[in-house]
Structures are given as structure tokens and as C-alpha cells.
Design a protein around this ligand. Structure first.
Ligand code: ZN
Length: 100
């Protein structure tokens, strides 16, 4: 996942303080970690063939932080849940590429 400092838009370097504008990014880092945890739970649920749980965690991740990756997980979960309208709208909105 690629992130930016919400203040100056510079690429996130992995530190808890932005190297460019000194904004405290610790809360952003916590949110990113929460989203990653939900993505992991979503992938675990897929391995267990629990599509409802996969969708639940993918949706949580997407609502915590909207990135290309969280959108893609949610779109795939929606597709597997046979919610084709929602899946298609995510693919269109986020300009997702299924070949990635
Ligand atoms: Zn910054």
C-alpha cells in the first residue's frame, strides 16, 4: 500500500513523523495497521471459504482507509458474495485492473 502525508501529500516514508512537514503520523500508522489486520482477516476467511466474513473484514478495511488495495479486496469479496452490482461499481469507481 502506498500512502501520503495528509498534510503535505509527500510519500509516506515509514516514520511516525513526516520527514518533510513534521506532521505526527502515528494515528495514520495505527489506522493503516488496523486496515492491514482486516485485510489479513479477510484473506484468512477466504481460505476458510467464509465469504460473508471475508466481505465483512474487506469492508472494514475499506472504510478505515480507502486505497487501491482495500478497494480491490472489497470488490473481490463483493464478487464472491455475488453482489455483482457493488463489485462492478467498485471496479469502475476505483479504476481497478483485474490483471494486477
Ligand atoms: Zn508531511
Amino acid at each position: 500500500m502506498i500512502y501520503q502525508c495528509p498534510t503535505c501529500q509527500t510519500k509516506y516514508s515509514g516514520n511516525s513523523v513526516c520527514h518533510r512537514c513534521q506532521t505526527d503520523l502515528s494515528q495514520l500508522i495505527e489506522l493503516i495497521q488496523m486496515a492491514k489486520d482486516h485485510i489479513q482477516e479477510s484473506e484468512n476467511a477466504l481460505l476458510e471459504n467464509n465469504i460473508e466474513n471475508m466481505f465483512f473484514h474487506a469492508k472494514r478495511a475499506y472504510h478505515i482507509i480507502q486505497t487501491h488495495e482495500t478497494a480491490k479486496h472489497l470488490a473481490y469479496a463483493a464478487f464472491l458474495k455475488k453482489d455483482f452490482t457493488f463489485a462492478t461499481s467498485l471496479f469502475t469507481q476505483q479504476q481497478l485492473d483485474v490483471t494486477e
